[in-house]
Design a protein around this ligand. Structure first.
Ligand code: 2U9
Length: 344
């Protein structure tokens, strides 16, 4: 019996030594120290031994059990330590490794142009006013001196939702609403950026949805020269300090007199090139002195108050600035196109 116990011990110690992981070690534990284990067997067989042998074998069996249990505990600790180190090794971050590139997006070119223009006018003391894209016929047309049936309405083919409700065709209704809110008291100094809608066939220069930024200043002694001065500062800040502007007579129902405003070509310096189609000048916006009818309809005394207004298309300015030849690029969300406009 003694040899048997010693053999069991050696066998167990060898298997403990060979146990490569906690599972194997646990199998050793169960198979040697478990209820059905050989040592338990021996102890159960104590009854068959002589009374002299019993205490000796009993003691030896317990000693072997403790030796095996102690060896298993030591090995358990070692294997657990190895597990921890393996885990740590697996989790160690090599801080010298380059990080995974995080793709930082960039603002949409139209957003950048709108923000740049907004900041320019905020810097000149303007406030940003916004309004509904679904507008009433009154604010989109009548309040802007475009009574029902007025031919100029056709110039702005519209998405009507009902007889009286349409998708706004310009941001001018925002100015008309703002003027009304002022209850005939000046000054008013606002810019109105936003999406507008025209029932147009999309092509390289037209889109059924595009953006506009319009501006309005109404006060007691506003003159055309204030408009010219403002637009000069704007053109120089946006297109470069050496730029000049040129005003050409034009017509808008909501301004009288009205002008188209050109900036000297920023790619050829007025020598004439493809950008300015050889003219040396590039049309950037329309403007004019607010029509007295528009002031009166908004509750302002047109004898006491005057104003100037202007309107531009950020898409057109972005196309000029970045040399883009098709307005549809702005709306097709092609990342190859959009990624080019990394934030400066
Ligand atoms: C009120 C009074 C006057 C807004 C104006 C323009 C000239 C203009 C065009 C720019 C690019 C339209 O999208 S575009 O083709 N707009 O040229 N807009 S004056 O005049 C107003 C607006 C509101 C109450």
């Amino acid at each position: 019996m003694q040899e048997q116990l010693w053999k069991l011990r050696d066998e167990a110690l060898e298997r403990i030594q060979k146990a490569a992981d906690l599972k194997m070690l646990n199998d050793v534990r169960v198979s040697y120290l478990g209820k059905k284990g050989p040592i338990t067997e021996v102890l159960r067989g104590m009854g068959k031994l002589s009374k002299e042998e019993r205490p000796k074998i009993g003691a030896l069996a317990n000693e072997v059990r403790e030796v095996i249990a102690a060896e298993i505990a030591k090995k358990q600790e070692k294997l657990e330590q190895e597990e921890v180190e393996k885990k740590l090794a697996a989790e160690t971050i090599d801080v010298t490794l380059p990080g995974r590139p995080v793709h930082i997006g960039n603002p949409h070119p139209i957003t950048s142009v709108i923000e740049e223009i907004e900041n320019l006018f905020l810097g000149m003391g303007y406030e940003v006013a916004e309004g509904p894209e679904v507008e009433t016929d009154y604010y989109n047309f009548e309040a802007l001196n475009l009574p029902k049936g007025h031919p100029a309405r056709d110039m702005q083919d519209s998405f009507y939702i009902t007889e009286e409700i349409l998708m706004r065709t310009h941001t001018s209704p925002v100015q008309a609403r703002t003027l009304e809110k002022h209850k005939g008291k000046g000054p008013v100094k606002i810019i109105c950026p936003g999406k507008v809608y025209r029932r147009d066939t999309d092509d390289a220069t037209h889109s059924h949805q595009f953006t506009q930024i319009e501006g309005l200043v109404v006060d007691e002694n506003i003159r055309m020269s204030d408009l010219k001065g403002t637009l000069e500062v704007f053109a120089k800040k946006l297109f470069g300090k050496d730029r000049e502007i040129r005003l050409r007579p034009s017509f808008f129902p909501f301004t009288e007199p009205s002008v188209e405003v050109d900036v000297s070509c920023f790619s050829c310096g007025k020598k004439g090139c493809s950008v300015c189609k050889g003219t040396g000048w590039i049309e950037i916006l329309g403007a004019g002195m607010v029509h007295p009818n528009v002031l009166e309809m908004a509750g302002f005394d047109s004898k006491k108050y005057r104003g100037f207004a202007f309107g531009m298309g950020p898409e057109r300015i972005a196309m000029l600035k970045y040399g883009i030849d098709d307005i549809r690029h702005f709306y097709t969300n092609d990342l190859r196109f959009l990624k080019q406009f990394k934030q400066a």
